[in-house]
Design a protein around this ligand. Structure first.
Ligand SMILES: NC(=O)c1ccc[n+]([C@@H]2O[C@H](COP(=O)([O-])OP(=O)(O)OC[C@H]3O[C@@H](n4cnc5c(N)ncnc54)[C@H](OP(=O)(O)O)[C@@H]3O)[C@@H](O)[C@H]2O)c1
Length: 271
């Protein structure tokens, strides 16, 4: 049985934990001082040890994997609480915290050399996420196997080569669901302005989104090829697409990624 300590159990921590619970080979301990009561209620019937404060030295030495899932703004204070513990041999330190580099953890947690950065995304909650990883080359095969086992529970896994790439993945897939929800909200508001009800708008737009993604997957055609097939000359789709292009949709999307990427780099520089 591998023992996992999850430090911080907010939106992302909860999404991961929900899918991990049926894994028989793992046991879970969660530390979240501010949401202790809520988590106790939420996971009442489940076999999770929920703690209000940092475990003691004796317990810390029993964990095989320690995952930091707090906000970047809290990372420094939280790490201060964990830096002096002696850990189990080959204990794996994982972090899903945006921007924070492996060195940030390595500088503080001295008695293991097993570190990994993970960037999951919110659809993990329904096991349809994608998680990116980056580690130093010394990550043991055993730890890599466990990470794959855990994160395949919540969707796809992608191993990247550099921390720079994981900051970019943070901007693309980590933050990605946030952009998609923002776009869907804008589509829905616009459909309502045209006179559709809220529920009609939801139906029209979510079916269109989902159907379009499935069409790309099934036909394996390029999205711009599919767009061209629909946008016949002088037709309605062509008129709509022209408006997106005239307003520089490509530039808007690229700037969205760059803004998030720059933010990830900045978060990495702090502390
Ligand atoms: N949400 C996403 O889609 C997503 C995707 C990929 C990666 N991430 C990363 O995941 C991390 C967590 O994001 P989130 O959205 O889950 O944030 P969140 O909902 O704020 O979760 C963080 C949790 O940590 C708790 N916390 C604060 N101080 C703590 C401490 N000293 N010890 C233990 N727990 C503590 C927070 O309590 P309070 O709320 O009371 O402060 C909160 O419950 C972030 O670093 C983010 O970059 C998030």
């Amino acid at each position: 049985m591998s023992k996992i300590l999850l430090i911080g159990c907010g939106h992302m921590g909860t999404a991961l934990l929900m899918s991990w619970l049926n894994l028989k080979a793992y046991s879970f301990t969660v530390v979240d001082p501010y949401n202790f009561i809520k988590l106790k209620k939420q996971f009442k019937s489940k076999k999770i040890n929920i703690l209000k404060k940092t475990p003691n030295q004796k317990d810390m030495k029993t964990f095989d994997i320690i995952i930091f899932a707090v906000k970047p703004q809290n990372a420094n204070d939280v790490l201060n609480e964990y830096e002096n513990f002696e850990l189990k041999k080959n204990a794996l330190i994982g972090s899903i915290i945006a921007g924070k580099k492996i060195n940030f953890f390595k500088k503080r947690i001295k008695n293991t050399n097993q570190f990994v950065r993970i960037m999951p995304n919110m659809p993990a909650l329904i096991r349809n996420g994608i998680s990116c990883f980056v580690s130093r080359s010394n990550l043991s095969l055993n730890n890599k196997k466990k990470l794959n086992e855990l994160f395949l529970q919540v969707g796809k896994t992608v191993w990247l080569k550099s921390e720079n790439q994981i900051d970019k993945a943070t901007a693309v897939s980590g933050s990605g669901p946030g952009y998609i929800f923002t776009l869907i909200h804008a589509f829905e508001k616009a459909a309502q302005k045209l006179g559709f009800s809220k529920s009609q708008s939801r139906d029209l737009i979510s079916s269109t989104m989902l159907g379009s993604i499935l069409l790309i997957q099934e036909t394996r055609k390029e999205p711009n090829e599919l767009a061209k097939e629909i946008a016949v000359k002088g037709g309605t789709t062509e008129a709509g697409i022209k408006n997106l292009q005239n307003n520089n949709i490509d530039k808007i999307i690229f700037k969205t990624y760059i803004s998030a990427y720059n933010r990830a780099k900045l978060l990495g520089k702090k502390n």
